[in-house]
Design a protein around this ligand. Structure first.
Ligand code: AVI
Length: 344
């Protein structure tokens, strides 16, 4: 059941939210915290495209096609990240679990289909599942599946764009008896700028106070060739994912970008320790963006994504600056991926 923050059923769900089924039938509820302000977001998106150094926030990748393409990226041989993390968790769950409370409330940030959380819910005998996502359909599916698999686990969804703000303390506080564990895998933090990542970690700490835990997976700095291959696979799936964002922009801003006039570029910026994805114009052309227009010179590019890579020490420092206690850290054998468990 979709509920407004005050607990009353929502009359006006977010555009994408299909009418949901009552809690009694489905056994879960979804709180709608999607904030208005779409006009401001669209203004920012458009300004980003009209600016000298054009850019699109990477959150716009994830329409239905973008989500499907991202799932396909995760199965590409070059994209080591998903595979490495999944293998690592499968092999080390028992060891990590030892440091986590039994019967916790498990907070799955950016839960998507919720699949990564399932083995944790089982292993920790979690009593509550909080799925957080901006994609309403994925959230409904994740909660439905979770409830079917774990009928005794209380399931709540929070529909929100946590890149704008994350306020969960009231929902977490509904169950003061259950220790909150915030799970943020997949190195998704890396897609934020350094200052955004710091702000997000700080908001995690505020939401988890006074005794919660953060379990987070981050990608580590490695050989540039491995990184660049991972973001430019031979099948061209990442290229298609990158170009698809122009179709999203066309719909959102009534623009006429032609994805065929842009090529996919993926470059590791070692100084900033991040992968950078761009779309580079292959010919000079003009693009209409709503009532405005701009010219792209041949070779001019649009920045579409940062994917920061961390060092163990660097990420530990970031956690400490955000107010977390010294974390426990695990890495895979190759040292490609890091898992941090931090308390307050
Ligand atoms: C979602 N995120 C962690 C992915 C990454 O690796 O930064 C997004 C992605 N972009 C290209 N490939 C995958």
């Amino acid at each position: 059941m979709l509920q407004e923050p005050d607990g009353t059923a929502a009359q006006h769900a977010s555009r994408a939210m299909p009418w949901s089924v009552p809690l009694a039938e489905e056994g879960y509820r979804i709180l709608n915290r999607a904030q208005p302000g779409e006009a401001e977001e669209m203004r920012q998106l458009k300004n980003g495209l009209l600016a000298g150094n054009a850019r699109i926030d990477s959150k716009y990748f994830y329409d239905a096609t973008g989500c499907a393409l991202f799932n396909a990226i995760c199965t590409q041989p070059e994209y080591y990240l998903t595979r490495t993390e999944a293998k690592f968790f499968a092999e080390h769950r028992a060891e990590i679990q030892w440091h986590l409370p039994i019967g916790a409330q498990w907070i799955d940030l950016g839960c998507g289909d919720g699949l990564k959380s399932q083995p944790w819910i089982a292993a920790l005998r979690a009593r509550r599942y909080l799925g957080i996502d901006i994609a309403s359909e994925a959230l409904e599916k994740a909660l439905g599946r979770m409830k079917a698999l774990f009928p005794t686990v209380e399931c709540t969804g929070v529909l929100c764009d946590f890149s704008r703000s994350l306020v969960l303390d009231d929902v977490i506080g509904e169950r003061p008896d259950l220790t909150p564990v915030l799970f943020y895998p997949g190195s998704s933090l890396g897609n934020f700028t350094a200052s955004q990542a710091f702000a997000l970690l700080t908001s995690f700490r505020e939401n988890l106070a006074p005794h919660g835990l953060l379990l987070i997976g981050v990608d580590l700095v490695k050989d540039a060739r491995l990184l660049e291959a991972a973001y430019d696979d031979a099948q061209g799936v990442t290229a298609a994912f990158n170009r698809n964002v122009l179709r999203v922009v066309n719909r959102l801003l009534d623009a006429d970008f032609d994805p065929k006039k842009f090529e996919h570029c993926a470059h590791f910026n070692r100084r900033a320790a991040r992968m950078e994805m761009r779309l580079r114009a292959t010919v000079e052309h003009r693009v209409r963006i709503g009532r405005d227009a701009r010219k792209f010179r041949e070779g001019e590019s649009i920045l579409t994504e940062y994917s920061h890579k961390y060092t163990i020490d660097g990420f530990g420092e970031l956690l400490s600056k955000a107010g977390f206690a010294r974390p426990r850290v695990w890495t895979d054998e190759a040292g490609w991926f890091g898992v941090f468990l931090a308390g307050l």
